[in-house]
Write a protein that binds this ligand. Sequence first.
Ligand code: CMC
Length: 437
Amino acid sequence: MSQDRTSSSDTFTVTDNANGKSLDLPVLHGSVGPRVVDIRKFYGETGCFTYDPGFTSTGSCASKITFIDGDKGILLHRGYPIDQLAENCDFLEVAYLLLFGELPSRAEMDKFDHDITYHSMLNEQILRFYSGFRRDAHPMAVACGIVGALSAFYHDSLDFTDSFQRLVAETRLIAKMPTIIANAYKYSIGQPFNYPRNSLSYAANFLQMMFAVPCEPYEVNPVLARAMNRILILHADHEQNASTSTVRLAGSSGANPFACIAAGIASLWGPSHGGANEAVLNMLMQIGSKDRVGEFVKRAKDKEDPFRLMGFGHRVYKNYDPRAKIMQKTCHEVLDEMGRHDEPLLQIAVELERIALEDDYFVEKKLYPNVDFYSGIIFRAMGIPVSMFTALFALARTTGWVAQWMEMIADPDQKIGRPRQLYVGAPQRDYVPFDKR
Ligand code: CMC
């Protein structure tokens, strides 16, 4: 058994009431977390499929990267609690941890930092891809297109069976993503692209590429760079969510890494996932003032009304999202720095949080603010437009996607992903010609 899946004599017995037959299924134990029933032989032994839309009870892989205990509000990367990483690390230190399993030594850090820094430029030919997009294209559409197009460019790092090529692709993706995203923004506002500055940290360099203009010097504000560093860490990985599972599923067929990450970006875009930070801000603007919060909370509870409180609830966390707590603190630091504490949207957000946390509906359903609830307000205070919010999430999550993709490729148990289905369509029937229908 690979990936340290510890099997034991533990079994889980299922009985088929239709024929009275019982089947003992092996139980796997991870290092922490619930027991896992191994159903790989289930169909072969019983002739039945299992049914689990949305994978609410189904593990798709074994992983050593991230652990979440949603009931307790715990998030660990390689065993380290997210708050300790967010407080103490540079983003690239966390990236190294996610990719290689351990915190780097000083020498390992310097080498990794150097490798990422010296791959951050985009080939000039790639810069020309941008002009094919409309100026008002959504940055996520641009990101999908440019990242997918990298596979039409870097032919020397497409072979997923070659560990060196995988490493080169990983370095390129993490290094170039800030440049790709910042360029999408610059293109949308008609400003020239900025080249990466190697003397800056990953987060500070991204801010520089976003906001510098060639006609005047640009100094990165250290408070904003610290906040950006933290935001990147908080979004770096989150176990087998929709976009990560998409990356793994795309990669399971042997697709090249750039194509897999482009697939992840597409999956992240939806408002139930990474698109929620954009949706939160749009919702706060729609609410418009503190005294209308109650009206929107009422709408969110109404089953007839499709409106949901964006930034609330999570598939896994049934407690406060640990990332949201750190985000709340960062939000106040940024608003202090920018002198925007009277920001009306923040006041609406605070009122919304207060009412929702006291409301029986939200309390009973364990709907707490998630990471996206505050990130939008921080981005707005930094001067980042709403349409860029999800693209920033994609920038941070690229590291997690790459780490998960690398882990999947190295897993001897890896197979092409191929879910089964419960077919509820017409049984076999004969073709009817037009004149007989
Ligand atoms: N506002 C109002 N009601 C809600 C909300 C919400 N934000 N979220 C869930 N509910 C209700 C839902 O109507 C359902 O009620 P009932 O049991 O009476 O039918 C119950 O809570 C369970 O909801 P669900 O949709 O079955 O839960 P899920 O685990 O499938 O969905 C979710 C999780 C994140 C998609 C959902 O909570 C949601 O749509 N939240 C708003 C969007 C959002 O903030 N997404 C960001 C997620 S965090 C970032 C990331 O990791 O991508």
